[in-house]
Design a protein around this ligand. Structure first.
Ligand code: ADP
Ligand code: MG
Ligand code: MG
Length: 884
């Protein structure tokens, strides 16, 4: 098997299409090489080698060493240096690189191949002793941390000691001799910590680093990240070994990162940061504050240090050309890493850049207008779930803001929460549902779980491309980075800013779009759906086949839904209308009634209220379909439980306490989810459903009379399981309707249908259609409960264990279980259509707003999905993507 693919020197064995095998980084290094861009030569060890390594109990494939040696020889030839040669040493970096970029993975090891001899060679070749020992100390620290597992603190302390003794503040002030002494101290510390000297042999260093990359695939951070992003363990990681280029060779050397467009706003302008005389991750690690890449960027930030455009104009020009080539080639915004070695540009990485939802929208729309991509491609470019960021309330611009600090607008959106300084604490509070803002000096991959749990993130240090900023944008968390005015004092558990003290647990608000940090909570307003958002949604609406409705029962929900483009209501639950203050008394009177006449008398009091509710909904939804589900919950839910509550109710309402208790006892069920609920109420007490049907149709006639526009009423019976049940309910509905029409002297169209939420209903969908159902709505919440035999209310106790143990891959209540529940849906659809071609069918569970479940709805050929009002745009976009 071929385990190793080379790149560099103007060509490559692989290309960008080979991400599965070479990982994202390796595939793109190969692609850039083939495009003729300057890439330091190197080679990629495949993800297959990693998988084989694990399959064989952590053993390298037998022929791997030989292939690595051959590839290294090739790199030596191109660079005209030799790995481990004291006179002319080739140094390499060892970089992890999975298919998807994973910040939880291993840190890169730079300058590998240095030892006590080669460092001398590097010094004399470069003519720069300081540079050589600066590189060596970096290598010892990185290698010791990443491969040997020693803490960074060990080395930071030694370095701090040296600086203190010399009376200097910045690393750049240390000279060659100082670094030599630091190196000696580092080596001694390593020997002390692990009982053997720092490895001197280049070959041994290389295999140590390769092993560490493979091992990092299974570390806790990586596992957590994979779970969070649905990345399968079976992908494995590749290892990239690449000849070093040096950004730390003085004032004409530099290292930096850039985005071809602004990843936060989407603005079509080069955007990035760099550091002169620096190496590797200095830019993102927040050790020194990086400088802007462009002059415009510098002016915007109010920086005094020159930009790359000003400091290194010639190589900057070449860089601009290079990234333009890359963006045109990949037809997407690129996120690149580069190094300048003594005025010469080297590209170290490119990938499609992560971006906020706002930026994703703007970039997709802009690129379609620029003709770089088609409108359909633009629709495919925005992740539906990401729209969520834009659909939620933002800070009211007219509300007063008590600004205590200002940083960079690293990830847009607003968040309010309690100040927390520790990621574990953030996670703990987050689990309890407490909104928290994580406030840190800076973040590292160890903070991922805390960032995930937090509503927002503030860092005191770091730029727009710092770890905090990049990860927050990826997660959709608002973030303010580099808020220099924030001084954290962990010892006393507070931070100081703007002359104020804010303790852990106090509330602050952050605005990730302006970079402001505010004391207290700030009121929010609804977002506006215009501009790029409206444009992209227009393209999506043109592309999709599935209709999108909303689950809504209040006028407010219905208006919100229409505002978000819902094409009707897919589920209007009627029980909440029974719970409202003014009606609950009549509902209880009905439940306590001794006979049908008593129940009818009580229902007559409820009817005008119900009719009023429907009238309002129908006006808002004029001309659109509205599915109304008749009463579903068991009646005991409307009675208080416990003697004390019952007695209180009796006193307040004048109802008989003894009778109430008796009735509550009678109605108690040991398994209410499977008890006297749904259409079983309508069968046992037809008068309840008759009242509801009457209220619905009278309201429809009234709205038609008033506006000339009747809604398309769909009367839905819940929890139907058999043809005979459907027949009974259909007759009940039609009989009542004829009554209403006769009395009103007018008619409206209506459909009668069933909510499919029992396996039997799906299996016998043909019977239900035969018995008169004119539409079906798959209620996948209950259908998931009844198919799995899991009560959603009790699932919390064990579902976590199932997910942790990998017994279930996803929570079936969030993502439709396509193999089981989905199979029932498919069967229901087929059998219903076989009996009644053209029968209208949709889905109204939580899943109706989940993009992957919507993809499934498209495949089985449902007519519509229905979801919560705020998710309608997400569903519209997901439906378009499913159709394209
Ligand atoms: P990550 O995946 O965390 O971004 P990388 O493998 O991209 O890690 O390495 C981080 C940084 O290290 C790069 O952006 C680059 O600045 C530096 N680096 C990696 N390889 C080399 C190299 N061969 N020469 C110089 N710098 C390198
Ligand atoms: Mg890294
Ligand atoms: Mg990188």
């Amino acid at each position: 098997t071929r385990w190793v693919y080379g790149f560099g020197g103007g060509g490559a064995d692989g290309d960008a299409s080979m991400k599965n095998l070479l990982g994202g980084k390796g595939a793109n290094l190969a692609e850039m090489s083939s495009l003729g861009l300057p890439v330091p030569p190197g080679f990629t060890i495949t993800t297959e080698a990693c998988n084989r390594y694990y399959a064989d109990g952590r053993q390298y494939p037998a022929d791997l060493a030989e292939q690595v040696r051959a590839a290294m020889a090739e790199v030596e030839k191109v660079t005209d240096k030799r790995f481990g040669d004291p006179a002319n040493p080739l140094l390499v970096s060892v970089r992890s690189g999975a298919r998807a970029s994973m910040p939880g993975m291993m840190d890169t090891v730079l300058n590998l191949g240095l030892n006590d001899q080669t460092v001398e060679g590097l010094a004399s070749l470069s003519g720069d002793r300081r540079f050589a020992f600066d590189s060596y100390r970096r290598f010892i620290q990185m290698y010791s941390n990443v491969v040997l597992g020693l803490s960074h603190d060990l080395f930071e302390e030694i370095l701090d000691d040296h600086k203190e003794r010399l009376g200097v503040e910045l690393d750049t002030e240390l000279e060659a001799g100082d670094w030599e002494r630091v190196v000696a101290a580092f080596k001694q510390a390593v020997e002390q910590a692990q009982g053997e000297p720092f490895p001197q042999e280049a070959e041994a260093q290389l295999w140590g680093a390769i092993g560490a990359v493979f091992a990092s695939w299974m570390n806790e951070r990586a596992k957590f990240y994979r779970r969070m992003h649905d990345i399968p363990e079976s992908w494995g990681t590749a290892v990239n070994v690449q000849s070093m280029v040096f950004g730390n060779m003085g004032e004409t050397s530099a290292t930096g990162v850039a985005f071809t467009r602004n990843p936060s706003t989407g603005e079509a302008r080069l955007y990035g940061e760099f550091l002169i005389n620096a190496q590797g991750e200095d830019v993102v690690a927040g050790i020194r504050t990086p400088q802007a890449l462009t002059r415009a960027g510098r002016e915007e930030m109010g920086d005094s240090e020159p930009s790359m455009e000003e400091a290194l104009p010639k190589v900057f020009g070449q860089f601009v050309e290079t990234v333009e080539t890359l963006e045109r080639h990949y037809r997407d915004m690129q996120d690149v890493e580069f190094t300048v070695e003594r005025g010469r540009l080297w590209m170290l990485q490119t990938r499609n850049g992560k971006r906020t939802a706002k930026a994703a929208l703007k970039i997709a729309v802009d690129m379609a207008r620029e003709g770089l991509i088609s409108e359909d491609e633009a629709v495919m470019r925005v992740e539906p779930q990401a729209l969520d960021q834009l659909l939620h309330p933002m800070l009211d611009p007219t509300a007063p803001r008590d600004v205590i600090a200002k940083g960079l607008p690293a990830s847009p959106g607003a968040a309010t929460g309690q100040v927390v300084f520790d990621s574990d604490e953030a996670e703990r509070l987050g689990k309890l549902g407490t909104p928290v803002i994580l406030v840190r000096e800076e973040t590292s991959p160890e903070d991922i779980h805390g960032m995930h749990a937090a509503r927002g993130i503030v860092t005191a240090r770091g730029g727009m491309t710092s770890h905090a900023a990049v990860v927050a944008r990826g997660m959709g968390r608002p973030c303010v980075s580099g808020a220099g005015g924030v001084h954290i004092d962990l010892a006393t558990g507070l931070f100081k800013a703007g002359g104020r003290e804010v303790k852990a647990g106090e509330t602050i608000t952050i605005d990730g779009s302006s970079g402001e940090v505010m004391a207290g909570a700030v009121p929010t307003i609804e977002p506006e759906m215009s501009g790029d958002f409206a444009t992209l949604m227009g393209w999506a609406d043109r592309a999709r086949r599935l209709r999108v409705r909303a689950n809504a029962e209040t006028p407010l929900d219905a208006r919100t839904a229409r505002g978000f483009g819902a094409e009707g209501i897919g589920l209007c639950r009627t029980e909440h209308m029974f719970f409202e203050d003014s009606r609950i008394a009549a509902v209880r009177e009905m439940i306590l009634a001794d006979d049908e006449a008593g129940r009818r008398a009580a229902l007559a009091k409820i009817e005008p209220f119900q009719k009023g509710d429907f009238t309002e909904l129908f006006e808002i939804m004029a001309g659109l379909p509205v599915t109304i589900r008749l009463l579903d919950p068991p009646l005991h839910e409307f009675l208080p439980h416990g003697d004390a509550e019952i007695e209180a109710l009796a006193r307040a309402s004048g109802l008989d306490a003894a009778k109430l208790k008796r009735r509550a006892r009678d109605l108690a069920e040991s398994n209410p989810m499977l008890g006297h609920r749904g259409c079983r109420l309508g069968v046992a007490y037809p008068e309840i459903y008759e009242m509801q049907v009457r209220a619905i149709l009278e309201a429809a006639i009234e709205v038609k009379g008033r506006t000339g526009d009747a809604p398309l009423v769909e009367i839905m019976h819940p929890l139907v399981g058999a043809g005979r049940e459907m027949k009974f309910l259909r007759e009940l509905t039609d009989r009542t309707a004829e009554d209403v029409f006769a009395q009103a002297g007018d008619r409206v169209d209506y459909l009668v249908g069933a909510m499919i939420e029992l396996p039997r209903a799906a299996i016998r969908a043909g019977d239900l259609a035969e018995a008169g159902a004119e539409f079906f709505s798959f209620g996948t919440n209950d259908l998931t409960q009844t198919t799995f035999g899991i009560s959603r209310d009790d699932a919390g106790r064990f579902l976590g264990a199932y997910l942790d143990a990998g017994v279930y891959e996803n929570d079936p209540f969030v993502r439709l279980d396509q193999e089981g529940v989905g199979e029932l849906v498919r069967m229901g659809v087929e059998r219903a259509r076989a009996t009644k071609p053209g029968i209208k069918m949709g889905i109204c569970g939580e899943h109706g707003g989940d993009p992957s479940s919507i993809g499934f709805c498209e495949i089985v050929g449902l007519d519509y999905v229905s979801c919560s009002p705020y998710r309608t745009p997400i569903a519209r976009l997901a439906a378009a993507q499913a159709a394209l």
